[in-house]
Design a binder for this molecule. Structure first.
Ligand code: HEC
Ligand code: HEC
Length: 248
């Protein structure tokens, strides 16, 4: 194709992290087509699900306000897309750039220390994550959805714990990990803390290792982790846990 698609952000506002965007935009057109094709006749993107996947698979490296993630291994995705938004690029473009980056990551010039591994998510997961990033990255004022129940409940929601764990108090129904209403009664705060900070140290019976993300201690502040532990203890003791009936 002869026509090249170029972005020209205001140079002074451009951060180091945004330098990848222009070359990625060309790929976005292709990715957009691929997404459109693969989405044809299959399920629509599920942005909610994309958020949970983002927190798990991308939030270990990237900050994104709406996801509540703060890691700094890779570029801050709000910063990365803010300038593109400011000059009128829309959700679809951001979605396409993201899909292209996931399918064939472009190493960042001048930052050879870490590179993004390819195909962290594929298929429907890729579609959902890209749509999620497309909807929120660089959108001014984007913030995690507010949930009732105080700061610990918010940490639980921000980190997508409910995507893998059932917890009645949070109205979550994940089944990848143990049902917390059943697992937590009897555990001390220190034990709960350790299960989150160092999940592979002691593997819950009947569950595989290396499934629960191992780096929450890095991606959460100490206060967030404390709030979370307190919330879990409070919401699973004192008869609050409703006897939901799953047994592994
Ligand atoms: C192991 C850390 C790591 C993980 C996990 C990771 N990334 Fe990245 N990401 C990076 C790094 C580092 C870069 C900079 C380019 C490079 O060096 O690969 C990057 C670049 C990007 C960019 C381009 C940003 C820009 O400034 O141009 C996007 C978009 C992106 N990642 C999205 C994602 C999404 C979505 C996921 C989850 C599916 C993800 N990343 C998972 C490390 C990661
Ligand atoms: C990708 C799925 C996944 C996510 C996300 C996840 N977990 Fe887990 N979790 C697991 C699995 C699988 C286990 C069982 C294996 C193990 O002990 O590591 C587990 C174990 C636990 C345990 C120990 C339970 C027991 O019976 O000993 C606690 C507590 C826990 N998770 C809390 C959390 C919290 C809080 C979050 C969010 C910050 C979270 N998990 C996020 C999958 C997940």
């Amino acid at each position: 194709m002869a026509a090249t698609y170029r972005l020209r952000p205001a140079a002074s506002r451009m951060s180091r992290t945004s330098k990848l965007i222009p070359p990625l935009l060309a790929l976005a057109l292709l990715a957009g087509l691929a997404l459109a094709a693969s989405g044809c006749g299959t399920t629509d993107p599920n942005v909610e699900r994309g958020r949970i996947l983002f927190v798990q698979k991308c939030g270990t490296c990237h900050a994104l306000a709406q996801a509540g993630t703060t890691a700094q291994v890779g570029p801050n995705l709000d910063d990365a897309f803010a300038s593109a938004r400011a000059i009128g690029q829309n959700d679809a473009t951001v979605e396409g750039v993201t899909a292209a980056q996931i399918e064939s990551p472009r190493p960042m010039v001048g930052n050879p220390a870490v590179s993004m591994p390819p195909d962290i998510v594929e298929g429907q997961d890729l579609i959902d994550v890209a749509a999620y990033v497309g909807k929120y990255a660089g959108v001014p004022g984007a913030a995690p959805p507010k949930v009732p129940g105080g700061p610990g409940a918010q940490v639980f929601a921000n980190n997508g714990c409910g995507g893998c764990h059932t917890l009645a108090e949070a109205k979550s129904g994940g089944v990848t990990g143990p049902n917390l209403d059943e697992a937590l009664p009897g555990m001390s705060a220190a034990m709960v803390h350790e299960s989150i900070a160092d999940p592979n140290k002691q593997i819950a019976k009947g569950y595989p290792p290396n499934v629960m993300p191992p780096d929450y201690e890095k991606t959460m502040s100490p206060k967030e982790l404390d709030d979370l532990v307190q919330y879990l203890i409070e919401s699973t003791s004192g008869g609050k846990a409703s006897g939901s009936s799953s047994k592994g």
